[in-house]
Write a protein that binds this ligand. Sequence first.
Ligand code: APR
Length: 308
Amino acid sequence: MSKKISIVGAGMTGSTAAHWLAERELADLVLVDIVEGMPQGKALDMLEAMPIVGKDVSIVGSNDYGPTEGSDIVVITAGLPRKPGMSRDDLLTTNADIVKKATEATLKLSPDAIYIILTNPLDSMCYVAMKTGGLPRERVIGQAGILDSARMRAFVAMETGVSVENINCYVLGGHGDSMVPLTRHSNIAGIPLDEFLPKDKLDAIVERTRTGGGEIVGLLKQGSAFYAPSAAIAQMAESILKDKNLVVPASVYLQGEYGLKDIFFGVPTQLGRKGLVNVYEYTLNAAEQAALEASAAEVAKTTAELKI
Ligand code: APR
């Protein structure tokens, strides 16, 4: 296959993304991780599944970046989870360093790659990748909004019994508790959500969406969500490589859209072969705009702590 996607960080999210991507037969895959043998073992195991699912995909695991050469897309999921005794600031600087090194190393071998970032704190890590690589904003896209919106869609489907395919939800803003589920713009087959659901049910869905990541962490006891985040990676990569121009919420660098500048932030984006093709701007009411600005202030504060 002529296309290549490299995934840095072959942990839960990275390797599950490889799984979803292999099933889509989109590109050859490379998994890179610092843990010796792990990316090689996962890659070989997945490669051995390909005859069963009937997909012709090369999957390679590595502890160095050599095999990533010539990647069309680089996905960065590498990072440390927060451990007991570790402050949010410790995590921020540790993961920023990991994302910085991964960007430098991959960009040398794949100067035209488009970056999809997963490592948290997401919006700030996108900023690190863009600044480190001196990349145009089109080529750095953070995965968050598809996941947050998918959670909301799943909760609406659970409540209404309608197919997830008919449910459109839009969650914008920073990837954190300040995210902004736009209920007014969300709908079931075009009918506004609030005509289907009473306010108390809708409010509960919004709250569950905002805290959706924590809900999974609480259940798993160790680690965080990986199926839905990695499915979102596959959808983004497919839209880019097939030039589908899908409009999905994602974190991109804003240059005045929604009145915001110099910040990575979750907004509706159109993704095509060049990466970010367009940012869509909803007409927001005062309360929605205020909620977005509050979320942006939180993201800007975290990013400023990095002093890039
Ligand atoms: N280079 C390559 N891989 C690294 C590096 C590095 N410098 N540092 C850490 N890793 C690897 C770890 O060895 C691990 O396998 O990154 C992987 C992270 O995987 P998990 O710990 O399983 O975490 P995961 O659940 O996949 O989440 C990854 O995505 O959603 C975000 O918050 C999440 O930031 C986290 C990231």
